[in-house]
Design a protein around this ligand. Structure first.
Ligand SMILES: Cc1ncc(COP(=O)(O)O)c(C=O)c1O
Length: 417
């Protein structure tokens, strides 16, 4: 079939398609299949699954809740009761000065970003092109192909701060941010997928200040972060003001199947999201809102994150780091200090092969990872650093992760030797 330009743009090869295809096949293959250290699927946390199942049974037993979840279209900004509860929680827990008019739900935060990037960036009246600045790279692969125009993103290399114990941390290179490029917004993920970096409060403060000076919104992608699911292992403050667009998701709580994204922004931006939803989707899914309203109203959603979700991932991060270090002792390996999310970002300085080749060799041996070079959306200048990195997810079964690390170590040693 010959597709339109729109069709060509979205049906060609893309990082997101490759990644989601790999992940879908691996998950469908089950325990006997590939070792899934790729994708961003959340782990199975038994206590959370139990809580979700109990909550779902409560909804199924109550006709009014059932109707709210399944039988009604919600308004295009999403379930009003849920948005009210969330606004209350954000006021009481985070100190954000928001009401329901600041909140729009979407069918997953991936779609929130599609709308935001194309509402704020692209071609404006008179032909001015405004870009979305990604001030930290590596950055989330899923942003890369979302533009309705070419070259929607502009990005900058991070600086690398070496830390003890063969760890390192990416920092925002403020001296290298563009001062004269026409920008539509700045966007960072915090914690960052793929690196597990949580940019510091100081860095956030400076980005917030720059965004205000430049009169562009600062989009903060907190799909893994605060206030929920709270997969951050360092103590930082969530931040919001009328110039910040905070994007949350219910996926990393363990519910990617219900496709619920949350945009918290000034009312005209929240309304714009709802208008786009009405045209493109009519309405947003009600399942997440009806399922979790009670937890949001009571604050349990934050408590469960702190009690069950964060410790689950933090424990796994420590074990995976330990296994990796043992398996690669004596070889050049550096790991981004794990501060959140569900990934280890591993750098093999001087790796003699491209990480793409390493990815292929690992795939042949049944281990799925993501090669590092994908994670530099919008970066024009070549950076060999990215070709020496891999992203490993530690969300899945620990024995499988450990076995996968054994094979990664064999292949990395083979490449160096
Ligand atoms: C940083 C980041 N943002 C956004 C998303 C999109 O998540 P969802 O569309 O499931 O809410 C992901 C998914 O992996 C992610 O890693």
């Amino acid at each position: 079939m010959v597709f339109s330009d729109f069709g060509k743009r979205f049906t060609g090869p893309s990082g997101a398609l490759e990644l989601m295809d790999d992940m879908g096949h691996a998950l469908a293959a089950g325990d006997d299949g590939v070792m899934m250290l790729g994708g961003g699927n959340p782990g199975r946390i038994p206590a959370m699954r139990e809580l979700f199942m109990r909550r779902l049974a409560e909804v199924a037993d109550d006709p009014a809740s059932f109707d709210r979840m399944f039988a009604n279209y919600s308004p295009p900004a999403g379930d009003v009761g849920f948005r009210r509860s969330l606004a209350r929680l954000l006021r009481s827990h985070c100190g954000f000065d928001v009401g329901e008019e600041h909140i729009a739900l979407t069918s997953g935060s991936q779609f929130s970003f599609f709308l935001l990037f194309n509402l704020l960036g692209g071609v404006f009246d008179g032909g001015t092109m405004k870009k979305i600045l990604l001030p930290v790279t590596p950055e989330y692969i899923g942003y890369k192909d979302q533009g309705l125009v070419d070259n929607l993103f502009t990005a900058r290399r991070s600086t690398i701060k070496e830390l003890p114990d063969a760890l390192f941390k990416y920092r925002v290179d403020f001296d290298n941010l563009p001062s004269n490029e026409a920008l539509g917004a700045i966007c960072v993920s915090r914690p960052t997928n793929p690196t597990g970096n949580v940019i510091t409060d100081r860095e956030m403060g400076r980005l917030d200040g720059l965004a205000q000076d430049w009169q562009v919104p600062l989009i903060v992608d907190a799909a893994y972060g605060q206030p929920f699911p709270g997969i951050n292992f360092v103590d930082t403050q969530p931040i919001w003001n009328e110039n910040i667009i905070l994007c949350l998701s219910l996926s990393k709580l363990g519910l990617p199947g219900i496709r619920t994204g949350i945009v918290i922004a000034r009312p005209d931006i929240a309304r714009a999201i709802a208008s786009c939803t009405a045209v493109m989707n009519l309405s947003v899914p009600s399942v997440g809102a009806a399922l979790l309203d009670e937890w949001v109203a009571s604050g349990k959603i934050i408590e469960f994150g702190e009690t069950y979700i964060r410790p689950f991932y933090q424990r796994k991060a420590a074990r995976t780091l330990d296994a990796l270090r043992k398996a690669l002792q004596g070889y050049p390996v550096r790991v981004h200090t794990p501060e959140g999310a569900m990934f280890l970002w591993v750098w093999f300085p001087g790796l003699p092969i491209h990480c793409k080749e390493l990815y292929e060799r690992l795939k042949q041996r049944g281990v799925l990872v993501i090669p590092g070079h994908h994670f530099f959306p919008g970066l024009d200048e070549p950076w060999t650093h990215g070709e020496q990195c891999l992203r490993l997810s530690y969300a899945q079964d620990q024995d499988m992760v450990k076995k996968g690390i054994g094979i990664i170590a064999e292949e990395v040693k083979r490449a160096f030797d």
